[in-house]
Design a binder for this molecule. Structure first.
Ligand SMILES: C[S@@+](CC[C@H](N)C(=O)[O-])C[C@H]1O[C@@H](n2cnc3c(N)ncnc32)[C@H](O)[C@@H]1O
Length: 262
């Protein structure tokens, strides 16, 4: 399944991921090998960040797609619930707990509370990320973690399969791509792909007083985390941004009450 990774004796890491990203950029297709490496990389990153995995940790894979991240976590002993507006789960996860759930329409609280929520590459596909980020803490147990990653709009992959034409703007880029490249396109801005920046998302996250940012990194090359300290530049240099957020209950605290009453 892994191809290059197997030959290199690796399952992830910077060289493999970069090689895969470049191939993906040159020849867009749904690449299961890429998704698998991405999922393994995600779990490795969570381990490094000190997130407690396994031993019955309740976990939600929200917008799970094929379910590879949740699938690996199940293998580690987590109790995983998968949720997506459509069921794309791989056959091997068909017996797992799956909920049909539309983030735009349904009440997040109905999904329950979890020690860990994975929301990988979903944020840029929802029209009102601010609404989601305002209430997402309700999915977390106190001290629970949210792994949130998305392809930021100004990233070289911001337009997904019609990149780099997205740099011509969200109103025009896809239309120029249609005329020039003439390849089928899955994404249309403001229909199923929404320009989502790093700075703007961090501001939304900070508006939720129950969430604290524990880690921030470029997802595919976290070794270069210093990029995240460079406003504006980070929007272009980051292919995909990852945040690790933790639920810290401050809403009831006197400091928060005081701040709100002023
Ligand atoms: C790019 S895929 C990511 C899949 C998986 N999380 C991963 O990282 O491989 C985006 C996923 O988000 C789901 N999605 C998009 N909008 C959604 C919504 N409003 N509610 C629930 N799921 C949604 C899609 O069905 C799709 O499975």
């Amino acid at each position: 399944m892994h191809g290059i990774a197997d030959r290199a004796g690796l399952t992830g890491g910077l060289p493999v991921i970069l090689h895969k990203l470049i191939l993906r950029f040159l020849k867009y297709k749904d690449d299961m090998g890429f998704y698998h490496i991405q999922a393994e990389d995600t779990v490795r990153w969570l381990d490094k960040a000190g997130v407690r995995l396994g031993r019955g940790a309740t976990t939600l894979d929200l917008g799970c797609g094929h379910g590879m991240i949740g699938g690996i976590l199940m293998g580690r002993g987590c109790r995983v619930t998968f949720a997506d507006e459509n069921n794309w789960l791989l056959d091997e996860y068909r017996g797992a707990d799956f909920r049909v759930f539309d983030i735009e329409r349904d009440d997040l609280a109905k999904l329950g509370r979890f020690d860990l929520v994975i929301c990988s590459n979903v944020l840029e596909h929802i029209s009102r990320p601010e609404r989601f980020l305002k209430s997402v803490d309700c999915l977390l147990e106190p001290g629970g973690k949210l792994y949130l990653s998305w392809t930021n709009w100004l990233s070289p992959w911001g337009g997904h399969e019609y990149s780099p034409f997205h740099y011509l703007g969200p109103r025009r880029g896809h239309l120029v791509f249609d005329r020039v490249v003439k390849r089928p396109r899955k994404h249309t801005p403001y229909e199923n792909l929404f320009p989502t920046g790093i700075g703007s998302t961090l501001r939304m996250v900070r508006d939720n007083r129950n969430l604290a940012v524990r880690e921030i990194a470029p997802r595919y090359y976290p070794e270069l985390a210093f990029i995240m300290r460079l406003p504006v530049l980070r929007e272009f240099l980051t292919w995909n941004c990852v945040l690790l957020l933790e639920r810290v209950d401050r809403r009831g605290s006197w400091a928060h009450s005081l701040r709100n009453s002023l």
